[in-house]
Design a protein around this ligand. Sequence first.
Ligand code: EPU
Length: 427
Amino acid sequence: MQDIFYIYNMLSLCWPQDLSGIVDISGSKNAALPLIACGLFFEQFTLHNVPRIGDVMTFLEIISSLGVDVSFIGNTLTLDTTNMSIENLDTELVKKIRVGIFLFPALLKRFHTLTLPFPWGCNIGKRPIDEHIRGFEAFGYINEWSDDMLQFSGNYNTNDVRISAGFAVTATENMLMIAAFRSGRTTIELAAIEPHVMNLVEFLRSLDIVITVSHDHMMIIDGIKYPPKRAETSVIHDYIESGTFLVLGALTAMPSVEIKNARINDLRFFLSKCREAGVRFDLNEQTDTITVYNSRSSLRAVNFQTNIYPGFPTDLQSPFSLLLTQAEWVSRVHEVLFEWRLNWLVEIEKMKWHIAIMNPHEALIFGKTHLKWSTVSSWDLRAGVTMILAGMIARGETTITNVEYIDRGYEGILGKIAKLGGKIEVI
Ligand code: EPU
C-alpha cells in the first residue's frame, strides 16, 4: 500500500491570476481519519469518498503494519482486519501524525493493551490530551506512562459512565467509539459537535447504536456489545476546503468560481462573516453549490474570533486573515483555541502584510496591502495553503517551501487550482 506524495517540496507562483470554473470539494480529512480508525472494529469495512492525502496515507501505512489488509482504489477504501495484530505496529510512523491516538478504542477492545508514542504539541500549539486520558480511565482502562510512551491496558467496564470531553474534537470521537461498542450507557458532556464528529455519529447510528445529541452539547450513547462483522459508510465533503476555495474565489475569480459539494450548512457562521467582510457569493442550497465572485473592490475590515462549532472554524482562520489584508481599514483576529496558530503571521510578514501581533491569541491586520513576492515556508497545513493563496495575489514571483504540509490535508489542490486556470510551478 504505497502512494507517492512528496514528489516536490517547493512551489512558485506568479501574479496576476484570474480563476474561473468549477471546483469539486473532496472528502474531509478530519472526518476520514476517525472513520478509518472506527473501521478496525469490524472484520470488513468499506469507506467511500476518502481523500487521497498525506495524513490518510500515513495512517493507512500504520494500519497496514497491524497486518490489516488495506485496499485503496480511487476514493474507496476497504479494510480486512482478520489477521490484525499489534506485534509489528510501526510506532515510528505513529510519531509522524497526532491521530495515532484514534487507534486506542478498537485495539484496546481487541487486544486489551496498547502502547503508543505520546502525541506532544505541534506547530499550532500545545495539544493536550487530558480529556482522552480521563475518558479512557472512566471506561476502566489503566493508564501507565513510560518515558515518551502512552500506555493503556485492561478491559472496559459496563457501568453507566458520565464524562466530559471539554469540546475537544478527537477526544469526543474516541469516547464515542468506545461507548458505541460496550453495553452500558455513556453520557458525554461538553461533546464537540463539529460536522466530522457528526459524520461518525451518523455512521454509528446506522449500526443501530442509539445516540442522542442535545443542544447543550450532551451526547447519550447506548452502545452494542458486539460490532457487526461488516460495515460501510461515506466520508462527508470538507467544509474547510470549501471555505478555502471561497476565499480564493473572492480574491481571484474572473468572473466567478463555482464550489460544488460545498457543505453550505456547516459553513453558516463563516459565510455570514464573509458577507460582513463584503465577499459576494450566491448559495444554491438544493445543489449545495456556492458561486463566488471577485470581491476585491468591496472588501471591508471585520473582527472575528475562532470558536468551537458552529462558531468560526480555527482551520479557516488563516485563509480568512489573508482575505482581510485586501480589506479597507483594520481587522482584528482572535484565535481562541490554539496559542501558536498565529505564529505563521511572522513568516508571511515577509510578503509585506501589515500585521501587529498583540499577544499569542490576537492580531491586527492593516489593509489594504499590496502583497509583495517573497520566499516563504509553509508553517502548518492551513497556513501552508494560505501561502498559496497569498502567492496568487502577490506581485512578482512567490516561492513556497515545505509544501509537504499542504499535501497532508488537501486532495489534489494544485490540480484543482490549475483546472480553474491558476498557474503554479512545481519546483
Ligand atoms: N484540549 C484540551 N484537552 C484535550 C484536548 C483538547 O484542553 O484533551 C483543548 C486544546 O488545547 C484546544 C481545544 O481543546 O484549545 C481544541 O482541541 P481539540 O482536541 O478539539 O483539537 P484536536 O481534536 O486535536 C481537531 C482537528 C484539528 C482542529 C481542531 C479544532 C482532527 C484530526 N483535528 O484537533 O484540525 O483544528 O480539532 O477544531 O480532527 C487541521 O485539520 O489542520 C487541524 C489541526
